[in-house]
Design a protein around this ligand. Structure first.
Ligand code: ZN
Length: 257
């Protein structure tokens, strides 16, 4: 069955992860179940903590369970405001009604650290090169990178960018999420790296890392820079169409090991 057919006529899913990024477990109502063969199923919930694949962020994984069944969620897919959860039946068969969802927190937290790092690298690269940067893409699973317009920076620029990012991480700093009216957001975000890709919504969600300008984003981030640990800029990869990918990784900080 096509995704559009599964999601058709369903009310929009409440995206709990937009406001509660640290929520690992949530009581939900299963609104629709579409079995796939005898081994898998698609589930639509009233609300969710599963971040679907999008904006460079890979889908959350986890479990939806209720007495009598358990579904191992392999991916969450966004379709016209509805999040469709696809997974493998581990026990029993899912049905409509009350259930509990739980995300794979270890993986999600890694993605949150990488996602916040990507924004921090935008800021640091702009600072080091004294130029506005334009992000073209990002991917926060493996390989992990953020893409920019222009030619790849030299090795010294990469090292300075990495150093600056780690100097900002070390003392820690708040990562603040706000929901702003579109007119307010428009004034505030004009030079944001991904401003051109902003959806036309009445309310814009912004993320502000301490020491950086606010940026529009619908993803999940850590609430303090210190959670990132340490950023390593691995390499810059030349891409077609005058762009490059900055590959990076996050690891435990020297002080936390
Ligand atoms: Zn973000």
């Amino acid at each position: 069955m096509q995704l559009a057919e599964i999601a058709a006529g369903q009310t929009e899913t409440e995206l709990v992860y937009l406001r509660e990024m640290d929520s690992r477990k949530l009581e939900v109502k299963v609104l629709k179940v579409v079995p796939e063969k005898r081994t898998h199923a698609y589930l639509i919930l009233d609300r969710t903590i599963f971040h679907p694949k999008g904006g460079g962020q890979p889908s959350d994984r986890g479990i939806i369970r209720a007495p009598g069944y358990e579904v191992v969620v392999k991916k969450a897919i966004y379709h016209n405001g509805v999040v469709v959860h696809w997974g493998k039946l581990n026990l029993g068969a899912p049905s409509e009604g009350d259930a509990t969802c739980e995300i794979d927190w270890e993986y999600r937290h890694l993605v949150m650290r990488r996602h916040t790092s990507a924004h921090l690298l935008d800021h640091c690269l702009a600072e080091v090169t004294s130029r506005r940067v334009e992000t073209t893409e990002s991917w926060l699973d493996d390989p992990c990178y953020v893409g920019y317009a222009g030619s790849p920076p030299d090795a010294q620029t990469l090292r300075k960018t990495e150093d600056l990012a780690n100097r900002m991480i070390e003392p820690g700093g708040e990562v603040k999420i706000e929901f702003l009216k579109r007119e307010v957001a428009r004034r505030l975000l004009q030079n944001a790296p991904n401003y051109e890709r902003l959806p036309d919504l009445p309310e814009i969600r912004t993320v502000t890392i301490k020491g950086c300008k606010p940026i529009p984003c619908g993803g999940t981030h850590v609430s303090d820079l210190a959670e990132i640990g340490k950023i390593s800029v691995v390499r810059a990869e030349q891409m077609p169409n005058e762009s490059f990918r900055l590959h990076f990784s996050v690891g435990a900080s020297a002080s936390s090991t």
